[in-house]
Design a protein around this ligand. Sequence first.
Ligand code: PEP
Ligand code: MG
Length: 857
Amino acid sequence: MTVQFIFDFRDTSTVGPDILGGKGFGLSKMTQIGIPVPPGFVVSTEACKVFYEQGGRLSNEFWQDFNSQLNELEVQTDKKFGGTSDPLLVSVRSGAPISMPGMMDTILNIGLNDQAVEALASASDDRHFAFDSYRRLVQMYGEVVEGIDKRAFDDVLQLALKNEKAASPIALSESGLEQLVGAFKKVFEKETSKTFPQDPFEQVHRCVMAVFESWHGKRAQTYREMQSIPNTLGTAVNVQAMVYGNLGERSGTGVCFTRNPSTGEAKLYGEFLQSAQGEDVVAGIRTPEPVEKMGEIFPDAYLDLLHHTSALERYNRDMQDIEFTIQQNELFILQTRNGKRTAQAAVKMAVDMTGEGLISEDEAIMRVDPSDLTQLLLPQLHDDHGMDIVATGLGASPGAAVGFITLDADIAEQRAQKGEHVILVRPETSPDDIHGFIAAQGILTAKGGLTSHAAVVARGMGKPCITGCEGLDVDLEARHISIFGVIYDEGTLITIDGTTGSVIIGEPDLVAASNEGELDTLLKWADSKRRLKVMANADTPVDARNAKRFGAEGIGLCRTEHMFFGEDRLPKMQRMILANNVESRAEALEELLPIQTEDFYGIFKELGESPVIIRLLDPPLHEFLPDKSEATSSEIARRIDELSETNPMLGMRGCRLGLVYPEIYEMQVRAIADASVKVRDESGIWPRAQIMMPMVGFISEMVQLRKNVQAILDERTVSDVPIGMMIELPRTCVVADEMREAADFFSFGTNDLTQTTLGFSRDDAENAFMGKYTDEGILVSNPFETLDVSGVGKLINLAVDSVESGGHHMSFGACGEHGGDPASIEFFHAAGLDYVSCSPFRIPIARLAAAQAAISV
Ligand code: PEP
Ligand code: MG
């Protein structure tokens, strides 16, 4: 059976978005449920794959099928493609299986030539419209199919506008537009050494192939890399009868969202332009009107819009991003898809839609990408920042960002690579700037609306963005911007607030965003679904308070060496490390004891009756030894030499230190015991301290450590303190069943376990080779961020299974960086761990990811 490559919108019941692309799938479904959609058909993603397999061509048989589908369109519309009276014109638009807004190409008004334009002029009785359509085709075709630089057309257009003192092409006279078509055709000839093709079939065939080619265009590639969209999916192409938003004042075109994509507010939200076509709204060349104003200008079409958009949202059970055209007061829907949204909007919509009965709690939980929650924790401008707002634009993507003004995407990329913070400032929006978006802290554009490419892409990336900024002028030649006439050079420090649209010169006070309201509701639902507990990695009373605020159920890892990072504490810690006999070490430890006791006391008070797992000292010595040049005596310099290690990550770390110098751990256990007694005396409640040993590899280590710790606890008459260990070495995974006899609980230290399993140094891998590995696909992701499930994961499974298969239940946790990574959390859930522990600001991410893991199995 031959593969079907072409699908009429009316008959696609057996195929999904992977074949039809998102846009084609949406258009088909709309056609089938009675939404007014211009007729058309889809050329499938399979055809795109075949096109590439055959070295950039399609067979004659394919084109025969294609032409007969075009004939069918002629029958449906009662018009003739390339006809001499009321000709059929078509659009050719890309539509990938996963939406990539603005990243691929579209060509409108295909089928116009020197004769058809006259036919269109008399059929519509509007010569202005016919030639406006023709000049658009020549330019779009020239750019997309022939790769002519946009500037070649722009220069000619600017001249025409200047001649007639017109603000935009739509304001040109009939004869001005006719002349412009002639001038555009000359540009075409000059750039390609060919005349503009007059055969409509040649036009449409070339356009379909050009859209396929745009799948591998630079901006589409960059976008796919950023969004991890596979290169192999290919794009579909939609061929559709044209309706004309540029057919006079009673026509127009627009884009709307069924809810506000920035805040989530449940109200139709969007923009339109009168007398405009296709890309005019999203290209950001003219500034559009808010969609509510349609009620005044096109009252009937507006009512239809309200009706159809709400039907589409109900049908798709999600917020829709809809493109529409009004042709002489009649509404047509040209596209619907699930809309991109900020994290804030995603959370609000998920909760609201559950309240409206549109989706279930489980679906609401699955609708929000846990990693996006970091956006909700983005900084905002402080209410009392007290600085002048020099300009205001449209708040297109929330959050505040500070950086140096940079006018060019390439330069933004270069400066960001040097670690500088930049704000990309552009006159208008172009998808070609995508690499600059990635590099910048935020984006500011002079023109454009809330649905322009910059806005959509920035929202998807969670970057603060302002578009349509009034008073801003960007002079790319002089390399400066001016705001209401005041000049600021490239490199000036600027702040943008994408929540309010405010622009400030300099750096005002910023505050962390709040995490209340709908997020709380969503996380509470998540809490009721998840099995994994979520604990925090917190080392100070302040961290502990934050952790509780974000919903931590306890502290899963208190790294005691971090308690000594402060300027006043480090010298005391160094004195302890440098001590070369028991007496001087005892003296240094005496100084550390009250500090440790005070910190534990503070943490226990914050945590109340929730558990606090305290890990005894694990200081890789190179992180704590003073620099030799700072040695105050030759003896200290010699001691630094003695203690220096070639491979500190595999050296005198963790429990090895506690076994060689038992007095260090003894001091720490004393501090834990004393702080516990103090809290108990004050409140009557024992804190739930647990003691954890780092880097244990042999049961004999654990037996000895346990004995030492227990002796101190007994001496202080503190009981019921579980004593457990970290699993950070492959050997420990292999012998976990044996270790069970000496430990009360286990926690996987996946940072070290990754380091020791892969033989990748935690300190060096990222600087040395990780970038190349992930860029070239040698590894799909950095194993220090996302757990290496097939290697490290297998060791974890081995450890858990060997303990549990003996019929024992032990508490297992994970407290490396992976404890806050959604993909790794999915694995920890499946592996049967009891909890994950991560840094405080990732707690909401972990709560949601743990619920998603529970729901999806
Ligand atoms: C680990 O190794 O995963 C761990 C949590 O310990 P640290 O990062 O302190 O070595
Ligand atoms: Mg470790």
